[in-house]
Design a protein around this ligand. Structure first.
Ligand SMILES: N[C@@H](CCC(=O)N[C@@H](CS)C(=O)NCC(=O)O)C(=O)O
Length: 237
C-alpha cells in the first residue's frame, strides 16, 4: 500500500517531501542536494510499475522525483535542484555566469551518461553490451578533459555537477563486480573523482544500505546480457 502525502494540511506545510523510487538516480540528485544544504526532508517511495493516482496528479510526466514543498509540487530533477539552490544555502553553482551555464550543460551531460548506462544494462547480446560500454568510456574520456584536479568537478567545492555524477558512478559499484571492462581506464581523474564522491556523507545517505543488491536484482530482471553475467558471477551455483 502507498502512503499518500497530505499536501494540504497546515501541519505539513513547512515539510519538504521527496517523492522517490529506491533505485532512481534522478531522485538521488535531489537527495544529495538536500543533504549538502542540511535540509531535513521526508521521503515517500512509490512503485513506478503501479503509479498511484495522487502521484500522477502531481507528476505531469509520471516520473520521480517530485519535491513537495508546502502545497507546491516541483517535478523534474533539474528544476528541483535549481529551486533548492535558489532558496537554500550554500549555493552549489559557481558565481561566474559562463561557468554556471557550463555546469548546467554538464548536468545534462550526466543524463546522457545515465541513458548510456541504461543501454548497457538492457543490452540483449555481447556485441551491444560492448558497444554501450564503449559509449560510456567515451563519455568518461570527455569528462576527463573537462574536470579539475579535484577533489570535486570544479575544484575544492561540492557543486551541482557532483550531485549529478555521484549517482552515475554508483552503478559501477555493481558493474565492477560483474564486468571485465575497466570503464575508467582512460580517465584516471574521473576515477579519483568517483572515489572521492563515494566517501561523501550526502552521497552515501542518498540510497538505502542494500542499494547494490537491489540494483543487482533489478538488472537480473532485465533478461539482458548483463543479467546473464550476474547469474554466472554473483549468484551462488
Ligand atoms: N528528466 C527526469 C527523468 C526522471 C526519470 O526518468 N525517472 C524515472 C525513474 S529513474 C521514472 O520515473 N520513470 C517512470 C516512467 O518513465 O514511467 C528528471 O530529471 O527528473
Amino acid at each position: 500500500m502507498h502512503t499518500q502525502p497530505d499536501t494540504h494540511s497546515a501541519s505539513t506545510q513547512q515539510t519538504i517531501t521527496l517523492i522517490s523510487h529506491k533505485l532512481c538516480p534522478y531522485v538521488q540528485r535531489a537527495a544529495i542536494v538536500l543533504a549538502e544544504k542540511g535540509i531535513e526532508f521526508e521521503r515517500v517511495y512509490i512503485d513506478l510499475a503501479n503509479k498511484p493516482d495522487w502521484f500522477l496528479n502531481i507528476s505531469p510526466l509520471g516520473k520521480t522525483p517530485v519535491l513537495l514543498t508546502g502545497q507546491q509540487a516541483i517535478f523534474e530533477s533539474s528544476a528541483i535542484c535549481e529551486y533548492l539552490d535558489d532558496v537554500f544555502k550554500p549555493g552549489l553553482h559557481p558565481e561566474d555566469p559562463v561557468t554556471r551555464a557550463r555546469h548546467r550543460g554538464w548536468m545534462e551531460f550526466g543524463s546522457s551518461v545515465l541513458n548510456a548506462i541504461g543501454g548497457y544494462y538492457n543490452a540483449k547480446d555481447g556485441d551491444r553490451l560492448n558497444h554501450q560500454a564503449g559509449l560510456i568510456q567515451q563519455k568518461f574520456e570527455q569528462l576527463e578533459a573537462e574536470i579539475s584536479d579535484g577533489p570535486f568537478f570544479n575544484g575544492q567545492h561540492f557543486s551541482m555537477v557532483d550531485a549529478v555524477f555521484a549517482p552515475v558512478f554508483r552503478y559501477f559499484d555493481l558493474f565492477d563486480q560483474i564486468s571485465e571492462t575497466d570503464f575508467f581506464a582512460s580517465a584516471p581523474r574521473v576515477r579519483q573523482w568517483r572515489n572521492h564522491l563515494s566517501r561523501c556523507e550526502s552521497v552515501q545517505h542518498a540510497v538505502a544500505e542494500n542499494y547494490t543488491q537491489m540494483l543487482a536484482d533489478f538488472v537480473l530482471q532485465r533478461q539482458s546480457e548483463l543479467s546473464k553475467k550476474i547469474t554466472n558471477e554473483l549468484l551462488p551455483s
